[in-house]
Write a protein that binds this ligand. Structure first.
Ligand SMILES: [Zn+2]
Length: 470
């Protein structure tokens, strides 16, 4: 991690949703902290302050991705903190939250300390740690939540798994409330989902793949609503995929229950029709997708394991409900669920492939395309889902806003740049993405952490880019 630096970012359109600011301004970072944001901020810059010209670009508080798998410790063939955070920087993110389903699991203070240390030495962007709810993520016994909090975790979750025992989940919420930690939950009822691999519906039947019903998610969302109401603890439902989940959340929030939700770009871009192959998808659920784009539409075969994720891609009505939930504010956060896997793990029969796709580098573009360029969300409202909303949930008052004194983390992006994503050129160690070869619109141009430029387009993240800023 770089030392705090000073930088003047000039000429951009500054969007700071936390302060309802949207207009031309300069952003001055001094010694790693936001010092001024205004059209005249440049006048306050000491002589010799490096400058970054952001003319024609959007300048916003550094984007936060609160759901990522960095795979350290124990699975560094898939990803490391170095490669994962480099990919995050390329995607426009200045902070990521790593999930605890590593090997060993992040269920003790020692492992948290190890990740903090590794993030300090190898990390390109800020790494925050989510601790486990249960020991070894086994769902049987609570992890030491107090000592995890003391070690610096900013949330707890058994992500990848889901605590099935409602009494254990209730106790977790009570402890988490005592320690002011949000509880994030991967919502999956094992008795309903069993060994399902894709959404239970038309395509699971047509393709002969075992179904993972939407109710398998909705049931746990409902459970979480009830337990949040009972305990008063904050529960955050991760990677929502089903229309019923959105409706449950909407009703619970209307009743003032402390519950929130997140959605991932793959769930609001794709549907389970992709499993039948690209021809089927482009003539059905993908017909209106990116209609503005020219060039050839990407192709893939049926049963492509790059479309296997948990929760699974669902049907068009679920995709529409997720988008509606994002548009009306029911779902306040967007995350990637960046889940790297080695090629050889994905190159097996569909049933045997692991769940998950990489996501950092396509997340911003897909969100802009599906939500902003379709006029569902204004740019400030979309940016809020990557900045002030996750910062509030995670109790990070110095992140996700341009308040004077906040951390000098800044993302600079071009919402309109058209480009083609190539997985082979990704900074991630793994290439398991369904979006390789896709024409995208919107791209991160520079990422600044505590005043230091850690990414500025090509060349690669992690290189000293200060010279580029002059
Ligand atoms: Zn998950």
């Amino acid at each position: 991690m770089n030392l705090p630096k000073s930088l003047l970012i000039s000429g951009g359109r500054v969007i700071d949703p936390a302060n309802a600011f949207d207009g031309p301004a300069d952003v001055l970072v001094l010694d790693g902290k936001i010092a001024a944001v205004s059209p005249a901020a440049g006048a306050q810059a000491p002589a010799g302050t490096p400058r970054f010209d952001a003319t024609g670009k959007v300048v916003c508080p550094g984007l936060i991705d609160l759901h990522a798998h960095l795979r350290e410790p124990g699975q560094s063939a898939k990803e490391t903190i170095a490669t994962g955070t480099a990919a995050a920087a390329r995607g426009g993110f200045t902070s990521v939250v790593c999930m605890p389903n590593t090997a060993p699991a992040i269920d003790n203070a020692g492992t948290v300390a190890l990740i903090h240390q590794r993030a300090e030495s190898d990390g390109v962007v800020n790494v925050f740690v989510a601790g486990a709810i249960s020991k070894n993520i086994a769902g049987e016994e609570l992890a030491p939540i107090g000592s995890l909090k003391q070690a610096g975790v900013i949330a707890i979750t058994d992500d990848g798994h889901c605590v099935q025992n409602n009494e254990l989940m209730r106790r977790a919420l009570e402890y988490a409330k005592m320690f002011d930690l949000p509880v994030m939950d991967h919502c999956q009822d094992y008795s309903l989902v069993t060994d399902g691999v894709v959404h239970e519906g038309y395509w699971s039947a047509a393709l002969g793949l075992r179904g993972w019903p939407a109710s398998g998610e909705e049931l746990i969302v409902a459970r979480n609503v009830l337990l949040a109401e009972l305990t008063g603890a904050q529960v955050h439902c991760q990677h929502l995929s089903a229309a019923g989940s959105v409706q449950l959340l909407r009703e619970a929030k209307a009743r003032g229950i402390p519950i929130s939700g997140e959605a991932c770009p793959h769930h609001f871009t794709l549907t389970d029709a992709v499993l039948a192959g690209s021809d089927e998808f482009w003539k059905s659920d993908g017909r209106e997708l990116f209609s503005a784009q020219h060039g050839e539409r990407p192709r893939w075969p049926s049963y492509d394991t790059h479309f296997k994720m948990n929760p699974p891609l669902r049907q068009a009505s679920d995709r529409a409900a997720i988008i509606e939930g994002l548009a009306d504010g029911t779902i306040e956060i967007i995350s990637s669920d960046h889940a790297p896997h080695c090629d050889y793990e994905k190159q097996v029969e569909f049933d045997y492939a692991p769940f998950g796709i990489t996501g950092f580098e396509t997340e911003l573009a897909l969100s802009l395309m599906q939500l902003h360029h379709t006029n569902k969300l204004s740019l400030p409202k979309l940016i809020a889902k990557f900045t002030v909303a996750p910062a509030r949930l995670l109790r990070l008052p110095n992140k996700g806003n341009f308040n004077v004194g906040s951390d000098g983390d800044v993302t600079i992006f071009d919402p309109d740049e058209e480009w083609v994503f190539d997985a082979a050129a990704s900074a991630s160690k793994s290439k398991n993405t369904p979006f390789s070869g896709w024409s995208l619109k919107g791209r991160a141009k520079a990422v600044i952490v505590r005043g230091g430029v850690v990414y500025a387009g090509e060349p690669v993240a992690g290189e000293s880019a200060l010279s580029l800023a002059r």
